[in-house]
Ligand binder design. Structure first.
Ligand code: FEO
Length: 168
């Protein structure tokens, strides 16, 4: 059984993951508009992952006899200056999500809610990967500079991404 305070915080985070999905879908649409279909594919898989994260919260709240409450999804950004700008936004977004997860972990411990604390450990580890992946792609884009050929090759590489069962 969830306390009302933890139930609220879990719902807040569920809605944040849902908003993340919308942001990445918007980035995917932006890349499509730039004829960067590999980057668009990568962001579409990222969108699917965020839906998977949302559903992990959905299931956990229900499993603990809580009540899922969806909120409005804010309109995501839809225009960027280029791939570098998109991945700067991605990294800073993921850092914000990591901070939110850390706050949730703290709240779970303060409430002696060990089941929620245990559930959140998957997300603690996932955020390390999320930040590292975004930082890695950002680093590559910085190395490429203005190289169109380099961007073409990176687009090919990132277009190979597929969603893993663990994420959904
Ligand atoms: Fe669900 Fe990318 O954090």
């Amino acid at each position: 059984m969830l306390s009302p305070a933890i139930e609220q915080k879990l719902n807040d985070h569920l809605n944040l993951e849902f908003a993340s999905a919308h942001l990445y879908l918007s980035m995917s649409a932006y890349f499509e508009s730039q004829n960067l279909s590999g980057l668009a594919r990568w962001m579409f898989v990222q969108y699917q992952e965020e839906i998977g994260h949302t559903m992990k919260f959905f299931k956990f709240i229900n499993d603990r006899d809580g009540r899922v409450e969806l909120s409005d999804v804010p309109k995501p950004e839809h225009q960027w200056e280029g791939p570098l700008d998109v991945f700067k936004s991605t990294l800073s977004h993921e850092r914000m999500i990591s901070n939110a997860i850390n706050g949730l972990v703290r709240s779970a411990l303060e409430a002696n809610d060990y089941a929620t604390h245990s559930f959140l450990q998957w997300f603690v580890n996932e955020q390390v990967e999320e930040e590292a992946t975004a930082a890695g792609i950002l680093g590559k884009l910085e190395l490429l500079g203005d190289s169109r050929q380099g961007l073409y090759l990176l687009d090919q590489e990132l277009g190979q991404r597929s969603v893993t069962a663990e994420e959904t």
